[in-house]
Write a protein that binds this ligand. Structure first.
Ligand code: NAD
Length: 481
């Protein structure tokens, strides 16, 4: 077995550091084998990480943006060179198929570092003529940002937060999820190798309390969290007390609407991608699949056929398309949602089974109604709810009837309708005749309870910087005194 044990639990000030906090045991979800043993950061160690980041940030922010950008671009190149080994580590850490981690996880992190590396020197201020006098603006770093990650895309999340933050001259202290602590340490190593100053990107391990310490830390200027809505509410509240900036990437129950004129194969394929990729552990998943009634029978037949052909198995086998869930806790939670969907009257189309090895079969329920738990709560597992609808107005109202607002998708051959429907959906990230594609050029984020702020694209720059306005007097000062 590949050696996944890092040199020590944390990466602070350019080197691995150990602590004597509570143990974090990392297992490979497929076999239950222990792959690493780490320790939580103690409060003193978190203070040390923030202080080290503050020192690095001063030097880093003073560098020319093109020099900062070069470090990020170099880090992207190193990730691409090592993608095979990094993907393997990601599969061990998360249990996701290597087929996915090799093309989706670190590659998307590398895209982010490359994109923001290139963008760094293009960020400029405004010159505001005032008739003799003038003003100008400077986009400045916030300071030390805290990144707190979820377990489903641990390395991608670390890169998506670090890249715009560092590009703008900030430093970051990153706390990965306690379930998947390994990838962020690799990013810390790679950034140092690419030329980042020691302390610019520190990693501290821990559970919620370590995240909470970062969110309330006086040395932290911004908190960027990827996690669930309840955690987001707590972190946002803590950050508000210190008047800190926040980015919140939280959960969802996103609608995917399939009109009767949609290309059937594309719509079925997208619904599967939107529910079964990463065994359904994706925030933006289209877990409420609304299908127009006239298409329902054909849609369900093809969906069942294609879903039953999904290859489940050893995530390290390249042929495997579907892996286990992250943990026994998540496995139990998803199974309970399946039982509840059956009890509340959903029709099980396929799946529903589970195994000791943390697998839950790709599962589809039809005849789901808006009030059923399966249509209202985020499952974060491979359970698709198919709901019927008749009219466009009806489906829009039903799709919007949720506290969440992360993503939405529409499948139709009528592009006018596609744009019209998307225009009325309450969601931050939308797709027409596609689903779950998140290129770095496109802003990614949510509305309503699913979060605020944007990751990726030029939009992320605004969430990792602040504007300084400078008024320049060119004449004598007119004073009434
Ligand atoms: P979680 O909310 O349990 O934990 C997220 C992170 O927050 C972890 O690192 C955890 O240790 C930390 N944390 C927990 N309590 C904290 C506290 N009080 N203060 C500070 N930090 C605290 O989420 P999870 O189970 O790891 O991930 C699944 C959730 O993440 C799902 O709801 C999913 O939709 C969401 N998610 C959202 C996005 C997005 O971009 N919108 C992406 C991936 C996952």
């Amino acid at each position: 077995m590949f050696d996944a044990q890092p040199a020590a639990s944390h990466f602070i000030d350019g080197k691995y550091v150990e602590s004597d906090g509570a143990e974090i045991v990392v297992t490979y979800a497929y076999t239950g084998e222990v792959i690493a043993r780490l320790h939580e950061a103690t409060p003193d160690l978190v203070d040390l990480a923030v202080a080290s980041a503050a020192r690095a940030q001063k030097e880093w922010a003073a560098r020319a943006p093109v020099d900062r950008g070069r470090v990020l671009t170099r880090a992207a190149m190193l990730i691409r060179e090592r993608n095979d080994a990094l993907a393997r580590l990601e599969t061990l850490d998360t249990g996701k198929p290597i087929q996915e981690t090799i093309c989706a996880d670190w590659p998307s992190g590398a895209d982010s570092l490359e994109f923001f590396g290139g963008l760094a020197p293009t960020v400029t201020g405004e010159m505001i003529p005032l008739g003799g006098d003038f003003a100008y603006t400077i986009r400045e770093a916030l300071g030390v940002c805290a990144g707190i990650g979820a377990w489903n895309y641990p390395s991608q999340i670390a890169c998506w937060k670090a890249a715009p933050a560092l590009a703008m001259g900030n430093a970051m202290v990153f706390k990965p999820s306690e379930m998947t602590p390994l990838g962020a340490l690799k990013l810390a190593e790679i950034l140092i190798e690419a030329g980042a100053p020691a302390g610019l990107f520190n990693v501290v391990q821990g559970r919620g309390a370590v995240g909470a310490q970062l969110a309330s830390h006086p040395g932290i200027a911004k908190v960027s969290l990827t996690g669930s809505v309840p955690t987001g509410a707590k972190v946002y509240q803590t950050a508000a007390a210190g008047m800190k900036h926040v980015t919140m990437e939280l959960g969802g129950k996103s609608p995917l609407i399939v009109f009767e004129d949609a290309n059937l194969e594309d719509a079925v394929g997208a619904a599967m991608l939107a529910n079964f990729y990463s065994s359904g552990q994706i925030c933006s998943n289209g877990t409420r699949v609304f299908v127009q009634k006239s298409l329902k029978t054909r849609f369900l037949a093809r969906l069942k056929e294609r879903t039953e052909a999904i290859i489940m198995g050893d995530p390290l086998d390249e042929a495997t398309q579907f892996g286990p869930l992250i943990s026994a806790e998540q496995h139990a939670k998803v199974k309970a949602y399946i039982e509840r969907a059956q009890a509340e009257g959903g029709t099980l189309v396929t799946g529903g089974g589970s195994s000791e090895a943390l697998f839950v079969q790709p599962t589809i329920f039809a005849d789901v109604t808006d009030t059923m738990t399966l249509a209202r709560e985020e499952v974060f597992g491979p359970v698709m709810a198919v709901l019927d609808f008749d009219t466009e107005d009806e489906v829009i109202a039903r799709a919007n009837d949720t506290q969440f607002g992360l993503a939405a998708g529409v499948f139709t051959a009528d592009l006018t309708r596609g744009h019209r429907v998307i225009g009325r959906l309450e969601a931050g990230t939308c797709w027409i005749n596609a689903y779950n594609l998140t290129p770095v050029q496109m802003p990614f984020g949510a509305v309503k309870s699913s979060g605020l702020g944007r990751e990726n694209s030029r939009a992320a720059i605004e969430h990792y910087s602040q504007v300084k306005s400078v008024y320049v007097g060119m004449g004598s000062v007119e004073s009434p005194y």
